[in-house]
Design a protein around this ligand. Structure first.
Ligand code: IP8
Length: 257
């Protein structure tokens, strides 16, 4: 048994991002199976994918209250869609023998970005969180990304060994957008001084895509915690990353001080 590993299940990995509220159950099951094979204490944070970003984008929820747009129904719907996705994640974890407990961020967190307020809930088994619409003191509400939740858990729990970002469609951070990239374009070790041409679907995504993961990853690495980004479609890579074994992916390191 080791320390704690914080793992993000990317929203684009566990859902079909282009089709509203469609889940990728196969991937969820394979991630749950990989997690069940490790004896680490796990904090799992999942993203929103098509259960969050599309409606949040349409009703401009990341901007908070916007005059002239009726946003209340959308806030309630996105929260309920996220609970539905979370329920599917929880069912899969339970099916794979994991004792997990979930803590919906809108019930305990306030504010967005890495400095959001709220005491981080933890349980004895697997602690599960997700990106959500939360209250905000200045803008009334906003979108709290799972990547910011990962940052806070990774840097505030006492015994975190490493952080794993499991993402969809790519093997890690690539030098050029995935559509043009070959295996030689995988950046094996990335620090913030290195440029990469990320492929961020701004027309769908209301949070930061791979750029936010890289940035939060570097902030976590600065605290001396290992950070790896892997292709979550390969369960063996996810398990290897959780256990700290060599794996195809990107290791994120802190930049030069
Ligand atoms: O996918 C976004 O969380 P993320 C949450 O982890 C919503 O950035 C509701 C869009």
């Amino acid at each position: 048994m080791g320390g704690t590993v914080v793992i993000k299940w990317g929203g684009g990995l566990i859902t079909h991002k282009e089709h509203l509220c469609t889940v990728n159950s196969e991937v969820i099951d394979s991630l749950a199976a990989a997690c069940s094979r490790s004896d680490k204490k796990l904090v799992i944070v999942h993203g929103a994918g098509s259960f969050g970003h599309m409606k949040a984008k349409k009703y401009r929820l990341a901007e908070g209250r916007v005059d002239g747009i009726f946003q209340n129904d959308a806030i309630a719907e996105v929260r309920s869609d996220m609970l539905e996705l979370n329920d599917l994640v929880m069912q899969s974890l339970t099916k794979h023998g994991l004792h997990a407990q979930t803590f919906a961020p809108h019930t305990w967190a306030k504010g967005t970005g890495p400095k959001f307020e709220g005491e981080l809930p933890v349980c004895d088994g697997v602690t599960v969180l997700f990106g959500d619409v939360v209250a905000d003191s200045e803008r009334e509400f906003g979108i709290l990304s799972g990547d910011d939740i990962v940052f806070r858990y990774a840097t505030e729990l006492p015994d975190v060994e490493r952080v794993v970002f499991a993402i969809g469609g790519v093997d890690g951070i690539l030098k050029i957008p995935p559509a043009r990239a070959g295996p030689e374009d995988l950046i094996e070790i990335w620090d913030p001084s290195m440029f990469f041409e990320g492929d961020h679907a701004t027309e769908i995504d209301v949070t930061g895509g791979i750029g936010l993961k890289a940035s939060r990853g570097a902030m976590i690495a600065e605290k001396g915690i290992e950070v790896t980004l892997v292709n979550g479609e390969y369960a063996d890579r996810v398990l290897a990353a959780i256990e700290g074994r060599a794996v195809i992916g990107t290791r994120i390191v802190a930049g030069n001080p």
